[in-house]
Design a protein around this ligand. Structure first.
Ligand code: CP
Ligand code: NVA
Length: 334
């Protein structure tokens, strides 16, 4: 059976560090032409189908531009383009589409949908977001943190040198604080950060809890690596001593009807300078957000500040997605 990329929970710390390292190499090769731009076209004549049942800016642009760089063809199949969900089942669509293409990148509703697709597909399947997990986002977050820590340690902002250090040398020991919903982004962090030796504290309002299987994985990993893992309802507790503060929308795609209730339940969770400084984050704390962003979860002062890594984080979706495509469709596995 083909290898897939459904969640980072399926891969070891070394495999994840190496994927991030590969993404950094691809960025250097493509943007900084160092040591030599190879521009091999390993996907010549190959097709990746983008089966997206929800909207996307970053994931779509990152994927289509990556496939073009590698010489292949990306075929965007949105919910208004194909029979899926209107006249045809996911099962039949999976069998048909996978018989004609070399890879599938799918953005779905329930996580069972991406699992069904992976089970039925004859070609590699990449999870482009499900209600449970968002693995390619978390690779981009790791890459962005690696670059940030590397440049911080080496004091070279004018020159791109992040490829001279392996992510396994920068990321362990980082303390990440999550303030927000118990959603797909937090869940993907939970199944990867503790395994990578990173500390994670999550503040979610009362009544907003991660899936039990996800919590179990995080607990087991944090015990194995000796990292701190904290769940709280108090943003201040989560932020104390954090290197990074992360949030996301309070209303994920598919939850639009819960908007009024959620806006009320998340009162006091907006990330502001005042909140983070009162809570006692590390003096050089940074801010991250997967985007798209609304001002209710983080104000403009933080979002557009020098502490904010959100735009490099968005760009890094491209290099990390390219690394996953390269692993699955060129090299044959992660
Ligand atoms: N962060 C992210 O996945 O963005 P899109 O929904 O625009 O792809
Ligand atoms: N939690 C958000 C992430 C969007 C990239 C959602 O699922 O809509």
């Amino acid at each position: 059976p083909p290898s897939h990329f459904i969640t980072t929970a399926d891969y070891s710390a070394d495999q994840l560090f190496n994927l991030v390292d590969r993404a950094i190499q691809l960025k250097v090769e493509s943007k900084y032409q160092y040591p030599q731009p190879s521009r091999e076209r390993p996907l010549t004549g190959k097709t990746l189908a983008l089966l997206f049942s929800k909207l996307s800016t970053r994931t779509r642009v990152a994927t289509e531009s990556s496939v073009a760089y590698l010489g292949g063809h990306a075929m965007f199949l949105g919910s208004r383009d194909i029979q899926l969900g209107v006249n045809e089942s996911l099962l039949d669509t999976s069998r048909v589409v996978s018989s004609m293409v070399d890879g599938i990148m799918a953005r779905v509703g329930g996580h069972d949908e991406i699992e069904l697709l992976a089970k039925e597909s004859k070609v590699p399947v990449i999870n482009a977001l499900s209600a449970k997990y968002h693995p390619t986002q978390i690779l981009a977050d790791l890459m962005t943190l690696h670059e940030h820590i590397h440049h911080h340690q080496h004091g070279k902002k004018d020159q791109y040198t992040a490829h001279t250090q392996h992510p396994s040398e920068t990321l362990p020991g980082t303390k990440v604080a999550w303030v927000g919903d118990a959603n797909n982004i937090l869940q993907e962090m939970l199944v990867s950060f503790p395994k990578l030796g990173m500390h994670l504290s999550a503040a979610c309002p009362q009544g907003y809890q991660c899936d039990q299987d996800v919590v179990d994985i995080a607990k087991k990993d944090s015990q194995a690596t000796g990292t701190d893992l904290v769940f709280t309802t108090n943003p201040q507790d989560a932020i104390k001593n954090a290197n990074v503060v992360v949030t996301d929308t309070w209303i994920s795609m598919g939850q639009e009807e819960e908007k009024a209730k959620r806006l009320k339940d998340f009162t006091g969770y907006q990330v502001t300078m005042d909140m983070v400084e009162k809570a006692g984050a590390k003096p050089d704390w940074s801010f991250m957000h997967c985007l798209p962003r609304k001002s209710e979860e983080v104000d403009d002062e933080v979002f557009y500040s020098d502490r904010s890594l959100v735009f490099p984080e968005a760009e890094n979706r491209k290099w990390t997605i390219m690394a996953v495509i390269d692993a699955l469709m060129v090299k044959g596995g992660i």
